[in-house]
Design a protein. Sequence first.
Lengths: 151, 417
Amino acid sequence: MSDLRELYQEMILEHNKQPRNFREIQDATARTEGFNPLCGDRLTVYLKIAGGRVKDVSFKGSGCAISKSSASMMTAAVMGRTVKEAEHLFQAFRDMLSSKKGAPFDAERLGKLAVFSGVNEYPARIKCATLAWHTLRAALDGGTDGSVSTE
Amino acid sequence: MEAARVMVKLMADFDVERIRRDFPALAQKVRGHGLVYLDNAATTQKPKPVIDTLVEFYTTHNANIHRGVHALSERSTQAYEEARKKIQRFINAESHEEIVFVRGTTEGINLVAHSFGRPRIHKGDEIVVSAMEHHSNIVPWQILRDETGANLKVIPVSDEGELDLAAYERLLTERTRLVSVVYVSNSIGTVNPMSLIIQKAHARGIPVLVDGAQAVSHLMVDVQALDCDFFAFSGHKLFGPTGVGVLYAKKAHLAAMPPYQGGGDMISSVTFEKTRYNTLPYKFEAGTPHISGGIGLGSAVDYLERAGMEKIAAYESELLDYATEALGRVEDLRIIGTSRHKASIVSFVLGDIHAHDVGTILDRYGVAVRTGHHCTMPLMERFGVAATVRASFAFYNTRRDVDSLVEALNQVRKVFR
């Protein structure tokens, strides 16, 4: 049970139950669909960029607790940030999940997002946690009505 | 009454604990718990005799088959051809010439699409499949459809997970060239009324391919009684090695079909002007085959015949009833596929908890299940779910395994409370 709690932490379960920014943005500057063909999870990230900053960010879609809470916490983390900061956050998050178990990661930059460090131990689930982030990355790259796939 | 008595007799003869000892992989601990292996529809574990056969082959007999004049080649050839005959008997084919070794069910279906379908199916012709097909019995026909301009017709599935047979009959027209339907659904366990499906098609002169991937390990299969034209299955779902499978086809079809692949073994003579193809079934077996795999599959068939398919079916039927009832008592659990005719495969969703979360937590308790769409995305769409949890039982599973699954599911509910 203890190692399960490392994956399914309270914060993750809470965001799964009540995802933040779970809505569409009508005047989004970018909208990208992310798809994980392995499990069929599908989500859309909406972005509104103005003056090099994330003015608004949201998501819609369905998925497992890991992918949904990751998307929710991602929107909270990048809201109001500059595009550059959001990109650095993406890199730090990706590095945390691709590093070896117990290896140091940029905890300072990641803040609350560090709750996902436990996903490392579940190779089959890493893509669940990174789906929203890869989709955001594609949206930041300016994809309107684009789509990304984890495969 | 008589049937019930026969059932009791079969059950009494079936010693599951002795059988479990024949499967070394079942004895291990996973994450501190005794392994509860319920992913048999994906692949089955292998009994010791099959493993020993592989070791023995590579230790003593290893040689290429069919043309060698030396002792090892003769032994390998004999063992490989004996395996073919064992499989012929196991599914009651009329001749060993009707048993084509392939890589698996998928290759078997692709072979039929290529060598039987392509020469016969033209623009406007129709191929009938069902809404519960595995992607491997959809995509080869889509490829053929796109090449030829033919149409793909789909038999709908009811809320219980059964084929709509009235709709099926209406789909059969003078343009139907082939019916290709799954015998046992890999994702929800439904056993389709295959004899009836075949009779209806044959009444109109339409040949039928049976996807038997899940059927062979659960049911007694008799291809002559079924009167199917083609029957494809995989060795690894039948307690044999991966990478080997069988396509059964009526001899008249095979004789009329062009080869699938060209190469060694499938020819009798080659000049640059003209190549003569080998006799059946070798015409369809280009290149060095999976020799040890074929022999290993023969050994798996021997094992199953010793255990008795009739006893296996009776035991599994009882285990399925027990599992269905036990799972039905888990709060918020909904079983997908409630046909009265099912093999021991149970698909379900647990409240609004995603199947992958369920699977990950079950794994922490040593319970191996499959989660996702099970390569049947159209069927998942039919039931309005993105994914299910699938527990698929083999004859080495026990009521204890079902209890462990239920216990672990209750832990999942605790995490997500």
